[in-house]
Design a protein around this ligand. Structure first.
Ligand code: ATP
Ligand code: MG
Length: 471
């Protein structure tokens, strides 16, 4: 069953259809047209001969006189021989005057054809294909065309035509058989040849799957196979990239989780290793350890947030909200941190905008952006938030006049655990998950986030989110 769906079978089928069927049709057509033509030639020949003979019958007064004309008798038997047929002459009293087979001479013949010939005075032809003969009924009319003196019936065999036709048919069958064998054998090899590159593609893909091969595969025989392998290679490189980023993520997570633990261990060990440790040192180390615990806690919280974000839209909780208010709330929460460094948080004047959003996730996104604006800023700097909208989207921008991001880092900042510039990443705390979470939240709203930045001049994040959430 499966074979019928294979390309090999389809190719064979096609070859059979375009090779064998036309051959059968052609041989049938040839035989058929031969038969028709041969019969029509035979009919017209016999007709002519009959005309000639009826004319002689009249001129020799074969029927009117006492008429035993040898000339006519000879002509009749000659014709009978040539056409291997039987000729009958019937006079007006339906008596068979002459039968070249000498079977019915002297008898009365009142067949339908004879009667109708006497009535209409016209000749008739009847072709019996099955029994292979043609029958002619020709009136024997006086030269003035007034009186019908008799009827000539000629039954001519078409055996010979049938035989030739059958011979042609046999030859046709032979040709069809030969062509069929050729098409099937040739088709089998051709189909195999045509299908081979696809088998190659399958094998190459299997090799990759089984792990024997890790290079890009290539079967350039056809454009089609090339397209398949190209598509496969692309998919493969995506899968590999995903695999890499997964591995990287796991190793980053482990590293990030281990760092605070290592610090705590060092701190605890050094306390354990000393005798008579002054209480002040204990307190200092303990507060360091608490800080590390906080850090560990932050990382785990961020990780959990991110994993939750990854679990996609099913858990989104859309409701209509006023975005300006939402932004003001976020800023209110962050103001104490900004105040510590004298950084000004500015909200540009805005028109209220209602939009369908998941409050918690979107707040987190904007909170991360504004928090970054504060963290990577100069003392006494500013972070400016603005809100605009058109009839489809609302736009939020978070701009700071802070440190800025070097150009080569911009493409990485949304990656998980990526932390910019090593010089300040050691002094400014963070896990590098903030922007990854932000972007996930915005994408879940079917929005986009862009960044433009200049080192020493500041950074602007621009967010665009649809006002109405569509599934
Ligand atoms: N407004 C900004 N100005 C300058 N650099 C920025 C700004 N926002 C982000 N960056 C750079 O992008 C990096 C990634 O930011 P992200 O928020 O993802 O991580 P983080 O702030 O380091 O850690 P956290 O997970 O605590 O937010 C930062 O380490 C920083 O180098
Ligand atoms: Mg951050």
């Amino acid at each position: 069953m499966k074979y019928f769906r294979s390309l090999r079978f389809r190719i064979m089928l096609m070859l059979v259809l375009i090779g064998i069927i036309p051959t059968i049709a052609a041989s049938w057509l040839i035989t058929q047209s031969y038969r028709e033509r041969a019969v029509s030639i035979r009919i017209s020949n016999v007709k002519n001969q009959c005309d000639v003979i009826t004319r002689s019958i009249i001129s020799e007064e074969y029927l009117t006189g006492e008429g035993q004309s040898d000339v006519i008798d000879n002509q009749l038997s000659m014709l009978s021989n040539i056409f291997s047929g039987r000729l009958l002459i019937i006079d007006s009293s339906f008596r068979v005057v002459k039968d070249t087979y000498d079977l019915d001479t002297g008898r009365t013949s009142v067949s339908r054809e004879v009667i109708s010939c006497f009535e209409t005075g016209s000749s008739a032809t009847f072709y019996d294909n099955r029994n292979a003969y043609i029958e002619f009924t020709v009136p024997i009319m006086e030269t003035d065309g007034q009186r019908i003196l008799g009827v000539l019936i000629a039954s001519v065999s078409t055996n010979e035509i049938q035989q030739t036709a059958r011979h042609l048919e046999n030859q046709g069958i032979f040709v069809v058989v030969m062509v069929s064998i050729f098409v099937l054998v040739g088709g089998f090899f051709l189909a195999n040849l045509l299908v081979k590159p696809f088998t190659k593609v399958t094998r190459a893909i299997e090799d990759v799957t089984d792990g024997y091969e890790d290079k890009a595969i290539s079967v350039p025989t056809y454009i089609e196979t090339e397209q398949i392998t190209d598509a496969f290679n692309q998919m493969l490189s995506r899968v590999r990239a995903l695999d890499n980023s997964r591995q990287e993520f796991v190793s980053n997570v482990s590293h990030e989780l281990k760092t605070p633990l290592t610090s705590m261990k060092v701190l605890a060990d050094s306390l354990n290793g000393q005798e008579n440790v002054p209480i002040e040192l204990y307190q200092e180390f303990m507060s360091d350890i608490t800080q590390e615990i906080d850090r560990e806690n932050n990382i785990i919280t961020d990780l959990l947030t991110m994993v939750r974000m990854d679990r996609k839209a099913a858990e989104m909780n859309f409701e209509e909200r006023e975005i300006g208010e939402l932004l003001e709330q976020v800023m209110k929460r962050l103001r104490p941190i900004a105040d510590k460094r004298g950084i000004e948080l500015i909200m540009d004047p805005y028109q209220p905008v209602l939009a369908e959003v998941d409050m918690t996730k979107l707040s987190l996104a904007f909170s991360n952006l504004i928090e970054n604006g504060i963290k990577y800023n100069v003392d006494e700097g500013y972070v400016r938030v603005s809100l605009k909208n058109d009839n489809k989207y609302f736009y939020v921008s978070v701009a700071d006049g802070g440190l800025g991001i070097p150009e080569d880092q911009i493409e990485h900042i949304f990656e998980r655990f990526y932390r910019g510039d090593k010089s300040h990443s050691t002094t400014i705390e963070g896990t590098g998950l903030g922007l990854a979470i932000t972007r996930s939240a915005i994408v879940l709203h079917r929005g986009i986030v862009k960044v433009s930045s200049k080192v020493g001049a500041g950074t602007t994040f621009m967010v665009r989110i649809p006002l109405v959430h569509e599934e």
